[in-house]
Design a protein around this ligand. Structure first.
Ligand code: SF4
Length: 281
């Protein structure tokens, strides 16, 4: 049995929150460069250049790349032979988020209650999903998920007879409806299958896969590719100002589901697609 301390988790989460907001991931940065070489609109190109410049300034000056510094969402892969000592895992993550956001002067976006709307003052609580895996280490995947793109995310229980074409039609509808409100260019995360709550989790989880990395299953990889082409033909473009770069990537995760169901969830991520990963133990 391997041990990881409460303090190690706090310290690493603290750093992850700041790095996610200050340093755009290499995959997203490379996707901006790639989009610059393919974007057909001059305005679209200009906006992509501004996004690259914005990311550079954030890294150099240690300031957040967007005023919306997001909800801190974690997927924790906890090895079954790894023990957290000195405190509770969720408490450690929340303490790390509070310290990271406060020390980094990152905006606090979380409220105690959706009805009284009072700010918690330190961007906690984080949203934490735990997956029990083999091994003796713990891997923390973190994203600072922007509110605008989350607001335009959708879920629908399709009919099994809707099939592949129904899935494509629904995804395109969601992206079109989002238009500029999800801050494109987007990363489009899609969950297919599972049940009501698992499907939305799959969509979120898909966003943690680096941009450019296709799904291991050939059929799903092909669907990701085709949807990417279709989405970029919508003409929404960078920041919704028109162009051929509406999506930087499309990610799909799927799971077994009931014979009567075809759940589809679309979790949109904005151009500030911020994610960090660290393994401890
Ligand atoms: S959705 Fe993303 S880009 Fe838009 S305001 Fe929020 S964090 Fe910023």
């Amino acid at each position: 049995m391997n041990e990881v301390t409460y303090e190690e988790i706090v310290r690493n989460v603290q750093e992850m929150c700041q790095k996610a907001n200050f340093d755009l991931g290499e995959d997203v940065y490379a996707a901006f460069q790639e989009a610059l070489s393919t974007e057909t609109s001059d305005t679209g190109k200009e906006i992509l250049n501004q996004l690259v410049e914005n990311a550079d300034i954030a890294t150099q000056d240690r300031v957040p790349m967007c005023q919306d510094t997001g909800t801190a969402v974690f997927i924790v892969e906890l090895g079954q032979d790894c023990r957290i000592v000195g405190g509770n895992l969720i408490d450690a993550i929340n303490e790390g988020v509070a310290k990271g956001y406060q020390e980094g002067y990152l905006r606090n976006s979380m409220i105690y209650d959706p009805l009284n709307r009072k700010n918690t003052g330190d961007n906690t609580p984080a949203v934490v999903h735990i997956e029990l895996v083999e091994g003796n280490s713990v891997t923390l995947h973190m994203t600072a998920k922007g509110g605008g793109a989350e607001n335009m995310s959708r879920m629908k229980m399709l009919k099994p007879s809707d099939g592949l074409e129904g899935i494509k039609k629904y995804v395109l509808h969601v992206v079109e409806e989002a238009g500029p409100n999800a801050c494109p260019p987007l990363v489009v995360g899609i969950g297919v299958g599972g049940n009501f709550e698992r499907c939305t989790y799959l969509a979120k989880k898909s966003l943690f896969r680096p941009i450019g990395e296709r799904h291991a299953d050939e059929t799903i990889a092909q669907l990701e590719f085709e949807l990417m082409e279709d989405i970029n033909r919508l003409g929404i473009g960078p920041q919704g100002m028109g162009g051929s770069t509406t999506a930087l990537d499309v990610k799909i995760e799927s799971a077994a589901c009931h014979i009567a169901a075809l759940p589809v969830a679309v979790n949109l991520n904005c151009h500030a697609s911020r994610h960090q990963t660290v393994t401890l133990g």
